[in-house]
Structures are given as structure tokens and as C-alpha cells.
Design a protein around this ligand. Structure first.
Ligand SMILES: [Zn+2]
Ligand SMILES: [Zn+2]
Length: 253
């Protein structure tokens, strides 16, 4: 199985380490033996400026990587049929990661209550459907993964809440969406954040993805060096899932 990481932020993302440059990331990942990576800052980091995108692409080329370094972007669904990125801008990137649940950002549709697992489940599946229906999406990042910052719960509470939420996800509706994702060749991200945020129960969801022949995208969602290394935490989970090379998503070249 090729080792890859297709979700990495750089210093351009305000939320990332200031020293986390494209050059540094490429050097570190090459040293760690990764075989392909993807740089994916948030779409708003480019502020709609083609010049900023081109400068970042130039930095990738100047690093003279010895492995394929793809140049993607992370966007989000705001509502059904409404994304934070437009088609014109999306065309500058190799791939678009679409987040269904960036609730911390302005303009993203919110569940009616962050305290009711049934309400959150209804909203999560609705936004998941929205990402799959969106023509700009190439892969879906962190679906059904709850962020402690948004829910303001401890990791233990978040785990209990999340498990309860997953019980309220309509399985037929989910399977139908996974089949659509499979037909469209969309990737679904699996990230070490499921360990960092204590939501390992999502393994069941990934099992279902594989059963429905959806490819999994491996992404650290790293914002600093330490988080790049966290990718290795996924290894036992990937083994448990029994993932084979052909079940992994890679950007089209
Ligand atoms: Zn995200
Ligand atoms: Zn991210």
C-alpha cells in the first residue's frame, strides 16, 4: 500500500504553525518515506486571489520534490448547493476537499441544536448529501467527525455524544449516498483526528464505505510537524480495516 497524505495545511492557513512552510513539509514527508502528498490550505486563505495560488504552486515546484506533490484546497459546503469556492477558482487546484461540517465558520448551515444527538445526526447526513451532490467535490473530509471546539465537550463526552449521533443516522439513506460517492469516484477521508478526538467508533462507518466500494483518502489534516507524525497512529486502524491499495483514493493526474 502506498503511504500518502493528501490533507496538509501550510503556514498560509492562519490556524497552522507559522514555520510550517511548503518546503519544510515536503522535506519532512520525503524523509518519512511518504510516496505522495497533497498541500491543501483553506480556500479563504487565498482570498480569491489567483496570484496567491500561483505563488504557492511556484513554491511547490521550487522545492524540487522527489515524490508527487499535489496541489489541492479545502473548501466547505455552506448549504445545499452552496459552496465556499466557485468553479472558476476550483479549476486552479488538482483537487477539492469538501468539508460538510465546518460549523466554526461563518455562513455554514448549523444543526438546530448542538446538544441533541438526533438533531446533529439529521444535519450531518443532510450536509454529507450536499457534499456528494456538489459537482466541485473530489473528496469529503472529516464527515461525522465532531470537533471539540464546536461542541464544547471533553473528548470523553464527545465520544459518547458521537456514538449516540451515529445511532440516529438513517442507514438506508447513508448507504444510498455512499453508492453515489462510489459511482462518482469521490474519496472519503480517514484521519488520525478520529484518535485525537476520541471517535474511534467511526471505524464502523469506514467499514461501510469499503463495503460500498468507496475509496478512502488518507489525510493527516496536519497544521504542524507533530500532527504530520500522527498519521502513523492510523496504521493499526487501516490494518483492522484490511485496506488494500486499490481501496485508496489518489488525486487524478
Ligand atoms: Zn476541515
Ligand atoms: Zn483541514
Amino acid at each position: 500500500m502506498r503511504s500518502c497524505d493528501y490533507h496538509i495545511h501550510t503556514q498560509l492557513s492562519g490556524c497552522a504553525d507559522k514555520e510550517f512552510s511548503i518546503n519544510k513539509i515536503i522535506q519532512l514527508q520525503q524523509e518519512r518515506g511518504l510516496e505522495a502528498i497533497g498541500i491543501t490550505d483553506h480556500d479563504y486563505n487565498y482570498q480569491g486571489k489567483v496570484k496567491t495560488i500561483q505563488a504557492a504552486q511556484k513554491a511547490v515546484a521550487e522545492a524540487k520534490p522527489s515524490i508527487p506533490v499535489h496541489f489541492g484546497v479545502e473548501s466547505q459546503m455552506l448549504e445545499y448547493h452552496v459552496t465556499s469556492i466557485n468553479i472558476r477558482l476550483a479549476a486552479y487546484f488538482d483537487y477539492v476537499l469538501m468539508a460538510p461540517n465546518h460549523y466554526h465558520l461563518r455562513g455554514v448551515a448549523q444543526p438546530k441544536s448542538f446538544r441533541d444527538p438526533r438533531r446533529v445526526a439529521l444535519h450531518e447526513i443532510y450536509m454529507f448529501e450536499a457534499t456528494i451532490a456538489c459537482p466541485i467535490t473530489d473528496a469529503i473530509v472529516h464527515p461525522f467527525l465532531l470537533s471539540p471546539d464546536v461542541f464544547r465537550l471533553s473528548n470523553a463526552e464527545l465520544s459518547a455524544f458521537g456514538q449516540e449521533m451515529m445511532r440516529h443516522i438513517d442507514q438506508k439513506r447513508l448507504i444510498y449516498q455512499l453508492d453515489l460517492a462510489s459511482q462518482r469516484g469521490l474519496g472519503i477521508e480517514i484521519s488520525p483526528k478520529i484518535i485525537r478526538y476520541n471517535q474511534r467508533y467511526l471505524v464502523e462507518f469506514y467499514q461501510l464505505c469499503l463495503e460500498r466500494e468507496v475509496k478512502l483518502l488518507i489525510g493527516s489534516d496536519a497544521h504542524n510537524t507533530k500532527q504530520l507524525e500522527e498519521l502513523s497512529l492510523l496504521e493499526p486502524i487501516l490494518e483492522e480495516l484490511g485496506i488494500a491499495e486499490e481501496q485508496l483514493w489518489h488525486p487524478k493526474t
